[in-house]
Design a protein around this ligand. Structure first.
Ligand code: AR6
Length: 169
């Protein structure tokens, strides 16, 4: 299996032309602020209806819906951990979000996926550690996905991605 092509960009995830974009949701899957709000606004009301059918999602897990009015055909909703100091399994749960999202992508035959910086906004996960977990988890994933794009909304997150990508471990 070829290694995933992993890249970082700065921008709005709702504009990405990939097979699937990942949503940093909460366990209700019924919408919220941040990237979740932006994705629901761009996809339209049908996304909320589709999410209702899913009946929620546990932290560290992922569920797919259609993308409706988004350029992306699919949305993979994942629920990141709320940061509470790092000793409650937060790093492992964040890694699980990336791994499970790629597994869901594989089940749907998806070849390109864009991720936001899961948990680093309202959920307070430290940005540098989150960037390292994103890069290391995607690099070590056993997946048929060919392209993973890490989408930073702000310049600071983009720099953290660049550094994590340069650090080949
Ligand atoms: N494109 C890409 N990234 C974005 C966008 C966008 N349009 N908008 C924000 N971000 P957050 P969390 C970045 O708070 O920490 C929601 O209410 C943002 O700058 O969206 O996982 C959910 O419903 C940050 O780097 O998600 C949950 O209740 C990153 O996305 C809760 O927030 C994640 O910030 C989840 O919190």
């Amino acid at each position: 299996m070829a290694e995933v092509r992993l890249e970082a960009t700065q921008g709005d995830i709702t504009r990405q032309r990939v097979d699937a974009i990942v949503n940093a949701a909460n366990s209700s899957l019924l919408g919220g602020g941040g990237v979740d709000g932006a994705i629901h606004r761009a996809a339209g009301r049908e996304l909320l209806e589709a999410c209702r059918q899913l009946g929620g999602c546990p932290t560290g897990e992922a569920r797919a819906t259609a993308g409706f009015r988004l350029p992306a055909r699919w949305v993979i909703h994942t629920v990141g951990p709320v940061w509470s100091g790092g000793k409650r399994g937060e790093p492992e749960l964040l890694a699980s979000c990336y791994r499970r999202s790629l597994e869901v992508a594989d089940e749907l035959g998806i070849r390109s996926v864009a991720f936001p910086a899961i948990s680093t906004g309202a959920y307070g996960f430290p940005g540098q550690l989150a960037a390292e977990i994103a890069v290391n988890t995607v690099r070590s994933a056993n997946t048929e996905v060919e392209l993973v794009r890490l989408v930073a909304f702000d310049a600071e997150t983009f720099v953290l991605y660049r550094k994590a990508l340069d650090n080949r471990s």
